[in-house]
Design a binder for this molecule. Sequence first.
Ligand code: S3P
Length: 172
Amino acid sequence: AIARRIKRPVVLVGMMGVGKSTIGRRLAGLLQTGFVDADDAIEDAAQLSVAEIFERHGEDYFRDGERRVIARLMDEGSGVVATGGGAFCNEQTRASILQRGIAVWLDCDIETLVERTARKSHRPLLQTGDPREILTRLHAERKQFYEQAPIRVVSDDGPHAETARDILEAID
Ligand code: S3P
């Protein structure tokens, strides 16, 4: 019944490390709908990892692929989509998400991001310096975009399952 009420894709946006993929998967379970991680979809389309795309083709090329993949996911029209941290900062990508989806900004404090990103090292944007400094700068730059999402949910230290339930309540 819930799944039928959510007519548009629920799109999780926010910083890398905040938990968009894990929380998105749980949310999709609660909604009994599908889940797509946009980074995985970009990797499938390119037959390269995100790190390889950045290395071989650069960030602009990645953003273009990201824009096209997300536009296609918005066309497909339902389910839960987790986006990479920079997706919602691209004007065209943001416009397609805002027009066709329900954007949810997942937010948490920098310390939590530092901890959560330290566990995985596949993120090219964190390879170029001190992760804490980079995350602090990116968060400051990107806040203005994330704030354009109609819904904000904080995922500081509670379990991801709880955050998924918070999102469910917020979109209901
Ligand atoms: C990026 C975040 C990554 C991935 C790419 C760029 C960003 O996704 O799209 O490395 O610009 O913040 P996650 O948010 O899933 O780490």
